[in-house]
Design a protein around this ligand. Structure first.
Ligand code: SAH
Length: 385
C-alpha cells in the first residue's frame, strides 16, 4: 500500500471555501408548522383533547385513525360524533404535506414525491419496492447545512428543520401508497425507513428521534414498525451518535465516510474538520458495542477522487483497527449532480475497490442505485424548484 503525501485532488476538482455553501448548524428562523398529533406523546395528546373539552379516550380514537388506519380524513372517523371530529381533526391532524410532483422509475417500483410544506418549502421522499421489502427514503431537513460538494442537497444550504410530524407524515403517506398497491413491486406494507433523503438527521436530533419513536411505538400510539428496519444516516456528528447509542432504540446506523483519510474527507464531508475519520469511526464502533447493531459505512465512489485501491486498503485497515464483525461497507456509485464534473467510478475500478475490502474480510455490498432517471439522488428535484 502506498499513501501519497498530498491528497489526490485533481485540477479543477479542488473545493475552496466560498465556492459553495458554508458548513452550518444555524437554523434559519421561520414559522413553526401547525401542531400535529404525531408531534406529541400519547399523554400529551390526551391533554390537548381534554383542554378542548373532550374525554381523553377520544385521543386514542384519533391516534387509531392516524397510525392504524393511516387516515386523517374526518369523514372516515364514524366512531366520533361529527361535530367533535370537525373540531378535533383540524386541531390535531392538520394537513402538513401537499403533493407537488410524483415521478416513477424502475417500472413503477420506485416512486419519488416532491412535497410542499405548510410554508411552501419543498422536500422529497422516495419509495422503493423490492421483492421482500418496501423502503422509504425520508427527508429530515429542508436543504442541509453540511455542504458536502458532491451532494445535490448540500449545494442548497439549510432552509429549515422538519418537525417530527412532517417526517412521520412522509412515512404515513408512503404506508398508504404501499397499502393501496401504488408500487409495482414489493409488499403491501411499508417495512423500512432510511433517513437518506434531504438533510442531516443528527443535526435535527430531537425531531428525528421523535419521528423514530412514533414509527416504532405499537398501534395505536405509533406505526408499529421495527427499529431494526429504520436506518439513520449521518455525516458523523460524534456527540449525536453518542446520544443515539444511549436511546435504547436499536436503529441501524449508517456513517457517510466517503474517504478513509482526513485530508480528502475534509473536502468531501466538511464536518470532518470538526470530527475526524478516527473520531467518527470510534463513535460508530461504540454504537455497535452498545446496541449490537452492525454499522454501515457509506462510501460514494467518485471517479479519480476517492476510488483508489490504496484507499480501499486504508479503509479496511481503519475498520479492522477497531475490530472485526462490527461493520460493513456500502460503496455507492456516485449519482452525478447537475453542473458537477464529478462522475461515478469505472466499473473495473469499483470492482477493485470492493475486492480490496472483501479480501481484508470486510463485508461489502454495492448499493443499488434506484431512480437515477428521475434524479434519484435526493435533493435534485427540490433543487430544481
Ligand atoms: N446527511 C446524511 C443523509 C444524507 S443522504 C448523510 O450524509 O449520511 C444519504 C447518503 O447519500 C449519504 O451517504 C450521502 O453522502 C450520499 N449521497 C449524497 N449525494 C450523493 C450522490 N450524488 N451520489 C451518491 N451518494 C450520494
Amino acid at each position: 500500500m502506498t499513501t501519497p503525501a498530498a491528497p489526490q485532488v485533481l485540477p479543477g476538482h479542488d473545493v475552496r471555501a466560498g465556492d459553495r455553501p458554508r458548513l452550518s448548524f444555524a437554523v434559519p428562523r421561520r414559522g413553526k408548522p401547525p401542531r400535529h398529533l404525531a408531534d406529541l406523546t400519547a399523554q400529551e395528546r390526551a391533554g390537548v383533547v381534554a383542554e378542548l373539552g373532550y374525554p381523553e379516550y377520544r385521543a386514542n380514537q384519533l391516534s387509531t385513525h392516524y397510525f392504524t388506519h393511516l387516515t386523517r380524513d374526518a369523514g372516515e372517523m364514524t366512531d366520533l360524533p361529527a361535530a367533535m371530529r370537525d373540531e378535533l381533526v383540524p386541531q390535531l391532524l392538520p394537513d402538513l404535506l401537499t403533493e407537488v410532483r410524483r415521478l416513477e422509475a424502475d417500472g413503477g417500483s420506485t416512486v419519488k414525491t416532491l412535497w410542499s410544506l405548510f410554508d411552501g418549502v419543498k422536500v422529497e421522499s422516495v419509495l422503493m419496492g423490492y421483492s421482500d421489502r418496501a423502503t422509504l427514503c425520508v427527508s429530515s431537513q429542508a436543504g442541509c447545512g453540511m455542504a458536502c460538494p458532491f451532494c445535490a442537497t448540500g449545494q442548497q444550504g439549510l432552509t429549515r428543520n422538519l418537525s417530527t410530524a412532517e417526517i412521520v407524515e412522509q412515512v404515513r403517506r408512503a404506508a398508504v401508497s404501499c397499502r393501496d398497491g401504488e408500487l409495482s413491486r414489493g409488499p403491501r406494507r411499508l417495512s423500512n425507513v432510511v433517513f437518506m433523503g434531504m438533510g442531516e438527521p443528527m443535526a435535527n436530533y430531537k425531531a428525528v428521534i421523535g419521528a423514530v419513536r412514533r414509527m416504532v411505538e405499537p398501534n395505536p400510539h405509533g406505526l408499529g414498525m421495527s427499529a431494526r428496519n429504520i436506518t439513520v444516516s449521518t455525516v458523523g456528528l460524534v456527540p449525536a451518535i453518542a446520544k443515539l447509542s444511549a436511546e435504547g432504540i436499536p436503529v441501524r446506523l449508517a456513517l457517510s465516510l466517503h474517504a478513509p483519510d482526513d485530508e480528502l474527507r475534509s473536502q468531501l464531508v466538511p464536518i470532518n474538520s470538526r470530527w475526524t475519520v478516527g473520531e467518527s469511526l470510534d463513535a460508530a464502533r461504540h454504537y455497535f458495542e452498545v446496541t449490537g447493531r452492525r454499522v454501515s459505512i457509506e462510501y460514494a465512489l467518485i471517479k479519480d477522487m476517492n476510488d483508489h485501491a490504496w484507499r480501499g486498503d486504508l479503509l479496511a485497515t481503519e475498520l479492522l483497527k477497531r475490530g472485526k464483525g462490527w461493520v460493513h461497507v456500502n460503496p455507492i456509485p456516485l449519482n452525478p449532480t447537475p453542473g458537477s464534473i464529478w462522475t461515478a467510478s469505472d466499473k473495473s475500478v469499483q470492482d477493485e475497490f470492493v475486492a480490496r475490502l472483501r479480501s481484508a474480510g470486510i463485508p461489502t455490498t454495492v448499493r443499488d442505485t434506484r431512480g437515477s432517471d428521475i434524479d434519484g439522488a435526493c435533493g435534485q428535484l427540490a433543487g430544481q424548484e
